[in-house]
Design a protein around this ligand. Sequence first.
Ligand code: ADP
Ligand code: MG
Length: 155
Amino acid sequence: MAETRRIQTENVAATETVAARLGATAQPGDTVALVGDLGAGKTAFTRGLATGLGVAPDSVASPTFIMVAEHLGRLPLYHIDLYRLEPGAVDELPLREYVYGRGVTAIEWFDRLSEGALDDYLLVRIDYAGSGRILDFQAHGSRAQAWLGILPANA
Ligand code: ADP
Ligand code: MG
């Protein structure tokens, strides 16, 4: 089973569709680690994940002051955005209470965490590619690897 996938999406709906497939198959404790520039599509990806989990996608936003937004779907979705967090405060976030909980966790700006903060997560890097985006998936750990296996292998 490949540990990586690369998927190009031409619009935001396509990104949400890919993410929704992961949301539909997510299990308690699964974590998505999102990396990419401002406007790359991290929140859009989380919205798709929410759809797959049965959460109303419109409830997923870019929180201005809230660091963790909880949504209830088939499983709880914990949406964490580290963008506005002071570097020192990142390490004080009770991350493990979320990622080892019974929900699914999506973390925007995952690269603000210190190395080794989590041991099992699906890394999703989103890069601009013309008018679309390239989604690069990399599974870290056996749980993430099994989850990533539901996406079609690279052509
Ligand atoms: P981030 O959370 O990474 O800052 P957002 O998800 O808030 O980014 O915004 C992504 C923006 O890029 C949206 O306006 C969305 O419509 C646009 N967009 C255009 N093409 C794509 C694509 N292929 N995938 C995701 N978003 C896209
Ligand atoms: Mg965002």
